[in-house]
Design a binder for this molecule. Structure first.
Ligand code: DGY
Length: 333
């Protein structure tokens, strides 16, 4: 019997343990994978995707017409292990016409909302400085009543930019901390979702009103043409000087040069970011070393449970696409 040519699935990085085991046991598909400890380089990506019928990628893999061409006309599905798909050139996909795009919504909502709250608390309670104080041996004698004081959310106004799944879950988590008012902005109102929130629900307001009235602003919206750079000098100038900004969405929503000026000039009190441009941010970057800026290395969804669920969903999407099924488990349409 002549050898059967199995469809090829190229995977650009190692998956979390359980999903990796599943990937390795897949039948009916030839899996090729970049398993190096460092992220796949562009040349390796273009080489690896050649002749692939399906691709499982992550948000640092740029998916554009060059990649689609390198893959060849048989490519049927791109399955990103992320809810965000701003790294994918949707126009290039449309021009090709037959490539479907899978993504991983819902399964990372809780983990990402948890991280948003974590950063909000770190910023409010000045945890960066507190940890440095302990690590540097600067924890002075006795119990100080007057140093290292932060703020709390009791009676404060929370502003959510983008009341999608993650924005909603973030608001739900912050309500028990005693916030008295929740505002949200975005391209459209989500009245059903907003009413479901306890504590009087959330109020749909303009971006400007949200900036002006919020004590804690959480960015939970996707990166697109409308949101890129929306936190610029003007936005920071509109915010309260005591306000905290948290970003667990995409780095490019914030103009980092303007943020630096805003922190230096005291336009806002603190920024806490899980996402930056670039990623990683160099360790001597002015925002990394800034006492009013807390930075995490894009760990919003980084729990065992969530990363395995994301990778499993991405495998489901890739297999469905390769098999030409009518529905992917989660498809960008
Ligand atoms: C995503 O999925 O888009 C997050 O940024 C990473 O988990």
């Amino acid at each position: 019997m002549p050898p059967i040519n199995l469809p090829v699935l190229f995977v650009t990085s190692r998956l979390p343990h359980h999903a990796q085991q599943r990937l390795e046991a897949l039948a009916g598909v030839e899996v090729r994978q970049h398993t190096g400890t460092s992220a796949i380089g562009r040349a390796q990506l273009l080489e690896g995707v050649r002749d692939a019928d399906g691709l499982i990628c992550v948000l640092s893999d740029k998916i554009d017409s060059e990649l689609i061409q390198a893959a060849g006309p048989q490519l049927r599905v791109i399955s990103t292990v992320s809810v965000g798909y701003d790294h994918v050139d949707l126009d290039a996909l449309r021009r090709h016409g037959k490539i479907r795009l899978g993504y991983t919504p819902d399964v990372l909502t809780d983990a990402t909302a948890d991280t948003t709250v974590l950063l909000a608390l770190m910023a409010a309670r000045r945890v960066k400085l507190a940890l440095q104080t302990v690590a540097n041996g600067e924890w002075g004698g006795g119990f100080s009543l007057s140093t290292g004081l932060g703020s709390q959310f009791t009676g404060k106004t929370l502003g959510i930019v983008g009341l999608g799944r993650i924005g909603y879950a973030t608001a739900q988590r912050l309500l028990p901390f005693g916030v008295s008012r929740i505002l949200y902005s975005g391209s459209r109102s989500h009245s059903g979702r907003a009413e479901c929130l306890g504590g009087g629900g959330a109020e749909y307001v303009s971006f400007e009103d949200l900036l002006r009235e919020s004590d804690l602003v959480c960015i939970c919206c996707p990166l697109n043409e409308r949101t890129e750079g929306m936190f610029d000098r003007r936005a920071f100038a509109a915010m309260k000087s005591s306000a905290i900004l948290v970003n667990t969405a995409r780095g490019a929503i914030v103009n980092q040069d303007d943020l630096l000026v805003a922190l230096d000039e005291g336009l806002i009190a603190h920024a806490a970011l899980d996402v930056t441009v670039p990623e990683p941010l160099p360790k001597d970057h002015p925002l990394v070393v800034h006492p009013k800026c807390t930075i995490l290395p894009h760990i919003g969804s980084a729990t065992e449970e969530t990363r395995n669920a994301m990778a499993n969903l991405a495998i489901d999407n890739a297999l469905a696409g390769i098999q030409g099924l009518k529905d992917l488990a989660a498809e960008v349409t």
